[in-house]
Write a protein that binds this ligand. Structure first.
Ligand code: SF4
Ligand code: SF4
Length: 453
């Protein structure tokens, strides 16, 4: 790769690395709760829902093992319950299919009316598209969660496509939920009480979002809530921040004018807004010395009044403690702070990382590529200032060593980016619409550059 190609590919990244003192800067929580957990009211059922929702997609594992740590999950759930967190969001797909059962064990130790369970009809895979398989998935959710009703049931990840099967987003939605009678089944279950609220999580093509709201307007289905991605980067920069075609501001406002509450996912954009460079951190600390970048992002996500709940995929107790403190009680953003965060968003967009949330929907790759771990390593290196352009840079050797040693340590050689053959099989699975093979090839080119220079 010549210097020109290198600059074209890595220009923005290296600009970040060149910033003085640029580093990963997640600060330790310093705050304590100042009041009770903020609650929001569901206009349909009157549920008083905690503004902090417990996302169950990254449950803790036993140190040094691939086993999930049920005792630690129990401990975290007990702390969350005691702190007023009453919304728990899982899916048959989370944690390699184990999340619901783990959460069922943890939650069933508490009175059933003290918490709300959200789970999803996650029938992404063609083998689960039939009526029978989808209904089985719903019944299995009840069993795994040790309950006879679901408080919040979502059609999972509406808006993607399946180009390899000739299905655009509308075709895929109809196949998964309409033609097979699954939506009718779910509506009947809501009428019968085994589902208390019916909604969908939106990931993608806005024409599906508009279509589902038209169904609502036409009385074909009443959506009790909708889960959307909202954070200060996506509020009105979605196209630039993650190649989505819809700003969160549009999504939220369309729901709000219909009085449909929003449940928020990705308030930190896969952790990207918790790890800001020193320039951003300094500005944030100047305004609110005790707040971490994550606290800013969580306050932003919860400020719109028709947000019912903000989900956080919490793995460590300290994450839960910090989020509880931020929302006990919520201090909504002021107008001035909103303007401040818009400026911060512009700065972050000037120095792009890969917007991978490590959701693992793209896995497994048939060629063994460990996509999320590769992207996570690259993003961390970027934030730590270890993606460096020129061998003439003073920290080139150190950055090169850190990048390459870390790469081999975190990603087995047979699972690294050079094993991507560019088949594109993962593209339609990525909820963030990342051009996965293109990004992998860029990273591989960068690794190659480091090895040659
Ligand atoms: S494009 Fe690359 S990463 Fe994606 S499925 Fe194909 S080989 Fe795997
Ligand atoms: S590349 Fe996309 S689908 Fe894969 S883990 Fe990242 S965000 Fe999820």
């Amino acid at each position: 790769m010549n210097r020109r190609t290198f600059l074209k590919i890595f220009g923005a990244s290296t600009a970040l690395a060149a910033m003085p003192g640029c580093s990963t800067t997640e600060a330790k929580a310093a705050k304590k709760p100042k009041g009770p957990m903020t609650l929001r009211t569901n206009p349909t059922t009157g549920d008083k829902v905690s503004i902090l929702g417990y996302g169950c997609m990254r449950l803790p594992k036993i140190d040094g093992s691939d086993e999930y740590d049920q005792d630690e999950v129990n401990r975290q759930v007990d702390y969350a319950m005691k702190s007023g967190v009453n919304y728990y969001d899982t899916s048959p797909r989370y944690c390699e299919g184990k999340s619901e059962a783990i959460m069922g064990k943890a939650l069933s130790r508490h009175p059933r009316d003290s918490y709300f369970i959200a789970t999803k009809l996650s029938n992404f895979d063609p083998s689960t598209w039939s009526y029978e398989e989808s209904v089985k998935m719903f019944e299995d959710s009840l069993k795994n969660l040790q309950t006879d009703y679901i408080d919040y049931l979502l059609l999972h990840s509406v808006g993607g496509d399946k180009q390899d099967m000739g299905l655009d987003s509308m075709g895929l939605f109809n196949t998964r939920f309409i033609d097979n009678g699954v939506l009718d089944f779910l509506k009947k279950e809501r009428d019968g009480g085994r589902i208390r609220n019916l909604g969908f999580s939106y990931h993608g093509d806005v024409k599906i979002f508009d279509h589902l709201l038209k169904m609502h307007d036409d009385g074909e289905v009443h959506w009790d809530f909708v889960q959307i991605q909202l954070n200060y980067l996506d509020w009105n920069n979605a196209k630039k921040s993650n190649d989505r075609n819809t700003d969160a501001e549009y999504l939220y406002n369309e729901l709000a004018k219909r009085n449909i509450p929003s449940v928020i996912m990705e308030p930190l954009l896969g952790g990207r807004l918790a790890k800001v460079d020193n320039h951003v951190l300094g500005q944030m600390k100047q305004r609110r010395p005790d707040d971490t970048p994550a606290a800013w992002a969580f306050r932003f996500a919860a400020t719109p009044p028709q947000v019912l709940c903000v989900l956080s995929g919490m793995t460590k107790m300290e994450n839960i403690e910090e989020n509880v403190a931020t929302y006990s009680s919520l201090e909504p953003l002021t107008d001035d702070e909103n303007v401040f965060l818009e400026k911060i968003a512009q700065h972050i967009l000037d120095y792009p990382s890969i917007p991978c949330t490590e959701c693992k929907y793209c896995m497994p790759c048939p060629f063994g590529v460990d996509i999320p771990t590769i992207f996570a390593h690259y993003n961390k290196a970027l934030l730590d200032g270890n993606v460096v352009e020129s061998p003439d840079s003073p920290n080139y050797e150190k950055a090169k060593r850190t990048f390459l040693v870390g790469y081999d340590r975190k990603v087995e050689p047979r699972r690294q980016a050079d094993h991507c053959i560019g088949c594109g099989g993962c593209l339609s699975d990525c909820a963030q619409h990342i051009q996965i093979p293109t990004e992998l090839h860029k990273i591989d080119a960068y690794v190659d550059h480091l090895k040659r220079n």
